[in-house]
Design a protein around this ligand. Structure first.
Ligand code: BGC
Length: 342
């Protein structure tokens, strides 16, 4: 089922709508045509009590001034690009330096700031927009489609498609902060990640190009452990991230299992995630400053975690053998599935 209701107006008078996807199991997902934001995900817990498992706001104005990308679709390139510049087909493309000297999450006018076209259909909504040549510095007119679908198996399926009239780079993700307890910090959540390696970063969180093994250290989530168990370890990488804020390299062989599972001991809710993408930024919400979200709910450091499926950060500047170029006319297609069980 899908239901459309007005959510508010942007500062320049554009209408923002909320699309509620709901299924036969009592799960519902509210999405906005502003930044394709996932505003809420409500799932019944082990007692049947509805829990809202993502962070968000009640008003358009709060989304317009948000600095933490709550629930938003990130593009044209999610995560960081070093020196806010890359080279492609012999040309340099300067981008906004909005994270020190580096570029983050598509720039200040990235995809999260735009009002998207929307087409609700039964059980899904299709968002689309044309990102013009030169928008935030990126080359080519990019036609983008993001389809958000909810199944009766409590799966939220996000599918991203794009095609460009010039060679370009594209890396789309969703920046939801999950808290399967509904509120409080999420350090007691149990997490499993099918990743043998993660990307080492420098002080500015730019990958050094080296992959470090997780084995035996605080980054080892191959066996389930609480997110908070090792988060304060005196590990140089954790110190740089002020917690977890790293790209994990997803094991290709996962025996048919999702790459991530997170569970709240308080509600019994479990989130499993799978994806066609090779990496995930596991961000433990370290830099979230204190604020109020939906219904006055307190948001602060570690009140939610992000698992941002992605191509590897800064790969356009890193590895000359596998630069992530979307060739002119080529189709970008990626999908990520979030499944909830109680
Ligand atoms: C990044 C963090 C950044 C945050 C901004 C995350 O995706 O990895 O470093 O602070 O987004 O909200």
């Amino acid at each position: 089922m899908i239901e459309k209701t007005p959510f508010g107006k942007t500062g320049n008078g554009q209408q923002i709508d909320c699309f509620r996807l709901s299924n036969s199991r009592g799960m519902s997902v509210d999405v906005l045509n502003l930044g394709c934001v996932i505003q809420s995900i409500i799932v019944p817990d082990r007692h049947g009590t509805p829990i809202d498992v993502v962070m968000g706001y009640d008003t358009v104005q709060e989304y317009e001034s948000d600095d933490a990308y709550l629930g938003a679709l990130i593009g044209r390139w999610a995560n960081r690009i070093s020196g806010a510049e890359f080279e492609l087909d012999g040309r340099k493309y300067p981008l906004a330096a909005n994270d020190g000297v580096n570029h983050l999450h598509g720039g200040p006018g990235g995809f999260h700031r735009h009002v998207w076209r929307s087409e609700p259909e039964s059980g899904r909504v299709i968002f689309s927009r044309t990102a013009p040549d030169g928008e935030e510095g990126y080359p080519g007119n990019l036609e983008v489609r993001a389809t958000y679908a909810l199944t009766d198996d409590n799966e939220l399926i996000l599918t991203y498609e794009a095609v460009c009239d010039l060679d370009t780079i594209v890396n789309l993700t969703n920046h939801s902060y999950f808290n399967l307890s509904g509120e409080g910090d999420m350090l007691t959540h149990e997490l499993t990640l099918a990743a043998d390696y993660f990307s080492e970063v420098d002080e500015a969180l730019i990958p050094t190009g080296k992959l470090l093994p997780v084995a035996g250290g605080p980054f080892d989530f191959r066996r389930t452990k609480a997110i908070g168990r090792d988060i304060d370890a005196k590990d140089p990488q954790l110190v740089k991230g002020k917690g977890y804020d790293h790209n994990f390299v997803l094991n290709r062989e996962r025996g048919g299992l999702p790459f991530a599972m997170a569970a709240s001991p308080a509600t019994g809710l479990t989130l499993s995630i799978d994806t066609t993408l090779p990496g995930v930024q596991f961000y433990s919400g370290n830099a979230l400053s204190h604020r109020r979200g939906k219904g006055g709910r307190l948001i602060g450091p570690c009140s939610g975690f992000c698992l941002e499926t992605q191509l590897f950060p800064d790969s356009i500047n890193q590895d000359s053998d596998s630069r992530p170029i979307l060739k002119k006319g080529q189709n970008y297609y990626q999908t990520t599935v979030y499944k909830f069980t109680a």
